[in-house]
Design a protein around this ligand. Structure first.
Ligand SMILES: Nc1ncnc2c1ncn2[C@@H]1O[C@H](COP(=O)(O)OP(=O)(O)OP(=O)(O)O)[C@@H](O)[C@H]1O
Length: 266
């Protein structure tokens, strides 16, 4: 049993609340009146068949898209519109369905880019390698080296990420998101394209991030085994609408969920 499910632990506070969110692209309704919450410290899965609106929902949460209707409240602050940079500064980091890294740069430098929002001495001073900027950079490097140790990728710290196998690129992307020291980490299909061993490694890192750093995690995942093993609660979308919400066990038994997945290959 995941610690979160222990009945003696009182219900955790809400970190993020999605309320009646709708999103349309012209005539296409990507999301219709979706509400759910993410509690502090939990792993929350967002699942559903292809085109259900999962990525659109993550994009609303981190400010890439602005809901046509509804609102998102993060740490008690309700926002109709939020820019991705403001979301990142506020503590929301994400990874993408297709790895989005600087392919020619090393693992170390890619993860270092995750620290840019934390840098007080601006780019200009960093370029001049001005004293205080150098001292600050050393501090950021220590954080990045800790993340590299944590993710067990010391052996590839100097390798350009474009030369790495896909599974390791996904791990570096996780490292870059962790470098932001997020309160809420959004993972868009973190296991996509991975073999079984890579999936097991990634699952272990996701659980470790959640348990050791207390990071709240929302993840989109198609592999049901992974969803059932990792998540505390699951929200299910179909055609842009929420059709179920509950523990993995509850959701698995839900007739609407079973029907939504019948005949859908995942
Ligand atoms: N930028 C966009 N412009 C137009 N339509 C879009 C855009 N982004 C998403 N959509 C549409 O919104 C709907 C939801 O798409 P979304 O990518 O959020 O689904 P998903 O559940 O993440 O799918 P998948 O599992 O295939 O990644 C789809 O009909 C999609 O075609």
């Amino acid at each position: 049993m995941r610690p979160f499910e222990n009945p003696v632990i009182p219900q955790r506070e809400t970190l993020l609340a999605v309320e009646n969110v709708s999103l349309a692209f012209g005539g296409v309704k990507a999301l219709t009146d979706v509400s759910f919450d993410i509690r502090k410290g939990e792993i929350r899965a967002i699942i559903g068949p292809n085109g259900a609106g999962k990525t659109s929902m993550l994009n609303c949460i981190n400010g890439f898209y602005h809901p046509t209707h509804g609102s998102i409240t993060f740490k008690g602050e309700k926002r109709r519109r939020m820019r991705p940079s403001a979301a990142a500064r506020g503590g929301i980091a994400r990874t993408f369905q297709n790895v989005a890294l600087f392919k020619g740069m090393s693992t170390l430098d890619n993860i270092m880019t995750g620290r840019s929002l934390k840098m007080h001495k601006g780019f200009f001073w960093q370029m001049l390698r001005y004293g205080p900027a150098l001292k600050e950079e050393a501090g950021h490097r220590r954080v990045v080296e800790d993340i590299i140790d944590f993710l067990e990728i010391q052996h590839i710290r100097r390798t350009p990420v474009g030369k790495l196998p896909y599974g390791l690129q996904k791990r570096v992307e996780l490292g870059r998101a962790l470098a932001m020291e997020p309160e809420l980490l959004l993972l868009d299909e973190p296991m996509a394209g991975m073999n079984l061993e890579e999936k097991e490694d990634m699952s272990r890192f996701i659980l470790d991030v959640n348990q050791h750093f207390g990071t709240t995690i929302a993840l989109i995942e198609h592999d049901m085994g992974v969803v059932m093993d990792l998540s505390d609660r699951v929200v299910v979308l179909e055609y842009g609408r929420k059709i179920a919400d509950g523990t993995p066990q509850e959701v698995k038994r839900d007739e609407k969920v079973v029907a939504a997945y019948l005949g859908v290959a995942h």
